[in-house]
Design a protein around this ligand. Structure first.
Ligand code: 5GP
Length: 178
């Protein structure tokens, strides 16, 4: 089946406004005295992460690290198996960690990942997601910062892909089958 881009669900302006608000929340919660490690889950969350950290005040002590894990292949169902392709560069032991993910759907990817990172003994661990497809949850995941709750439809853009395509879109759009 062929797919094409559908309507805009979240415009670039709407996303930018919410990203600012989330950064303010994070800055208020952590303050200037705590060092934060922001862990982005490649590839999708890289776009959201770079926008959010640049909205943090200059005097916040923030480091950025990335991990790459397996989630979706070229289809639209999660396997629930998390495989690490690329691990963090630095230890998170004793650190305040914020995991940044593009979207939480069944919750399987994030809950596996949280378990794995908690096993590395961070001082604290919070989760920040841009999009939450709450209707599809198969396992409970604690989301501390959420951009938008969205309906159960496949979306692309602003880092989110379909089979590697459409990550570069500035808006988030639905994908429709032709
Ligand atoms: P979960 O394990 O929560 O079911 O899946 C999370 C992963 O599924 C996300 O990191 C993302 O890669 C992918 N995913 C879930 N829904 C969508 C969607 O609507 N669009 C895109 N592009 N990816 C999605």
């Amino acid at each position: 089946m062929a797919y094409r881009l559908g309507e805009v669900i979240l415009s670039r302006d709407t996303i930018a406004r919410r990203v600012k608000e989330l950064a303010e929340e994070i800055a208020n919660d952590y303050g200037k005295d705590k060092s934060i490690v922001v862990v982005g889950i490649l590839t999708g969350a890289a776009f959201f992460l770079t926008d959010i950290v640049r909205e943090l005040p200059e005097d916040i002590d923030v480091r950025v690290d990335f991990m790459s894990v397996a989630s979706y292949g070229d289809n639209t169902e999660s396997s629930g198996v998390v495989r690490i392709f690329h691990d963090l560069k630095s230890s998170i032991e004793g650190k305040h960690v914020i995991v940044v993910e593009d979207i939480v759907d069944s919750g399987l990817t994030l809950s596996h990942l949280i378990g794995l990172l908690e096993g590395r003994h961070p001082e604290s661990l919070k989760v920040c997601v841009l999009l939450d497809k709450y209707e599809r949850r198969k396992t409970e995941v604690k989301v501390d910062y959420c951009g938008f709750r969205i309906p159960d439809k496949f979306v692309v853009g602003y880092g989110l892909d379909y089979a590697g395509k459409w990550r570069h879109l500035k808006d988030i759009k639905y994908v429709v089958a032709e």
